[in-house]
Design a protein around this ligand. Structure first.
Ligand code: MLT
Length: 270
């Protein structure tokens, strides 16, 4: 489905009925990274997964794609889809967007799931590194980022050629404009640590035990800072935990939705 909003066309999967679960992918991915959640959960929930601007089939504009901009796109999409408040599930950069969404649109949140992500901003060195990478992508293309990131997405021991090929396929579909925008946007994102104490909806934090991109210690920090947050570590999983261990991830998510009572809340979705 394509929606014209905020001067771009945003592509989204919107499947099933019931409690709206909104999945935000990481960098440099697209909504296909959530396909195994979409397939498994659409029979019981309304599953919504946009391609963030500049990724997959969504358009973007030149310049930094800031976390508040991505969050504003998601908010505009949810208004268009008449979802009412949602459970927002963000992986890595999608988690940065979820935190921006929580800051800007808390009235639209029923629950939050933070997957392989963190609240802190980039150090000045990390931000400079992202800007240098953006320059390199401009000169040499998205391969620069794909080659650097693809080997780190799955657990070090996992060389499953099917999964490795799928991850590379998703990454290779990224455009230079989308990747540069996200790099510049992540470099300027604010520190969200102060926001965590204000999060008042049920929250689940999930990490892959073997995540080397955003190590489990970052998830532990999130879980400690958010009142009542549950933390789960999935073994034999790297950064792309929901993709690498979909059955375990889906089981944890559904279990948490049931235990928090979110699963049985009346849905306002259309
Ligand atoms: C991601 O997976 O979204 C990125 O690794 C996040 C980041 O680079 O900070």
């Amino acid at each position: 489905m394509k929606s014209e909003l905020n001067n771009i066309s945003l592509s989204t999967t919107d499947a099933g009925q019931g409690l709206p679960l909104v999945f935000l992918h990481g960098f440099p991915l697209h909504r296909g990274a959530w396909q195994m959640q979409i397939d498994a959960l659409r029979s019981s929930y309304r599953v919504i997964a946009p391609d963030l601007r500049g990724f997959g089939e969504s358009q973007t504009r030149p310049g930094p794609a800031t976390m508040p901009q991505y969050a504003a796109d998601v908010h505009a999409l949810l208004q268009r889809l008449l979802t009412g408040p949602v459970v927002l599930i963000g992986h890595s950069m999608g988690g940065y967007v979820a935190l921006a969404f929580a800051r800007q649109f808390s009235e639209m949140l029923r629950g939050l799931v933070l997957v392989g992500t963190k609240a802190g901003a980039d150090t000045s060195e990390a931000a400079a590194g992202r800007r240098a990478t953006a320059e390199k992508v401009k000169a040499e293309g998205v391969q620069v980022v794909v080659e650097a990131m693809a080997p780190k997405m799955l657990a070090a021991g996992n060389q499953d050629p099917r999964l490795v090929g799928q991850v590379r396929g998703i990454m290779n579909s990224s455009t230079t404009k989308g990747v540069i925008g996200a790099l510049l946007g992540m470099a300027e994102r604010p520190d969200s640590t102060g926001l965590l104490a204000q999060i008042a909806v049920p929250t689940l934090v999930v990490t892959g035990a073997d995540d080397t991109v955003i190590p489990p210690a970052e998830s532990e920090k999130l879980a400690r800072a958010i009142a009542g947050a549950q933390m789960r570590t999935i073994p034999h999983a790297g950064h792309l935990v929901a993709f690498e261990q979909p059955e375990e991830f889906n089981r944890l998510l559904v279990d948490w939705l049931n235990r928090t009572g979110l699963a049985s809340m009346p849905s306002t979705s259309s």
